[in-house]
Write a protein of this length. Structure first.
Length: 207
């Protein structure tokens, strides 16, 4: 059964409404913010994650499908346990952005399948729900942690590689531990040496 997660949006609207109504009179920008929050909260089909019940979750806002669980060290293996519909199938693996620690695994901007990248291979070899998988960009990962778009409670905590390169020797990652109720700021993203070992959560374009 597909499940929608938007309760935190309603909580955000309630809290924001109480705070904004204390302003006398409310500023125009506060009224606009409350209206926007109300719009998000009353459109859960467009601004929430749907658990597809097959190891994937769908973000209608991003028009992308995410693996519900992290990749394991075994090539293409995922933590998803279909019997329990959870991530109890094993421990999350650790992967490098680029084993050579240089620009051989990306096009200067994004991982592209060249060179030797554990993160790239982990997602490309994933066989789940019949979809084609890849490593998400920094922007896609950031959207996951935006309170007004999805509930990140489906995603395990930890440091995860994005596919976004900073320069020849460094790439961007996101620590989901620091992505709390208010959503992360850009400081939750860090630039790291491409040889460091982090988790990987795969994404697929489209439903």
């Amino acid at each position: 059964m597909k499940k929608k997660y938007s309760a935190r949006l309603l909580l955000a609207v309630s809290i924001t409404a109480i705070l904004l109504l204390r302003c006398k009179p409310p500023a125009e920008e506060n009224i606009m913010e409350l209206s926007l929050l109300y719009y998000y909260a009353t459109k859960p089909g467009a601004y929430s994650v749907i658990d597809n019940g097959d190891g994937t979750v769908y973000s209608a806002f991003q028009k992308s499908t995410w693996a519900k669980c992290s990749q394991m060290d075994t090539a293409g293996a995922n933590q998803y346990n279909p019997l329990a519909d959870d991530c109890s199938g094993g421990s999350p693996g650790l992967f490098e952005y680029c084993s050579a620690g240089d620009g051989s695994c990306d096009d200067g901007t994004t991982l592209n399948g060249t060179g030797s990248s554990g993160a790239w291979s982990a997602c490309v070899n994933l066989t789940l729900a019949g979809l084609a998988w890849r490593v998400p960009t920094m922007e896609e990962m950031g959207n996951l942690t935006d309170l007004y778009i999805v509930d990140i409670s489906l995603f395990a905590a930890g440091e995860y590689w994005s596919s976004t390169a900073q320069d020849a020797t460094r790439g961007w990652s996101l620590n989901f531990i620091s992505a709390d109720l208010g959503g992360p700021t850009i400081t939750n993203f860090t630039v790291n040496n491409k040889t460091l070992m982090f988790h990987v959560r795969c994404v697929s374009s489209g439903p």
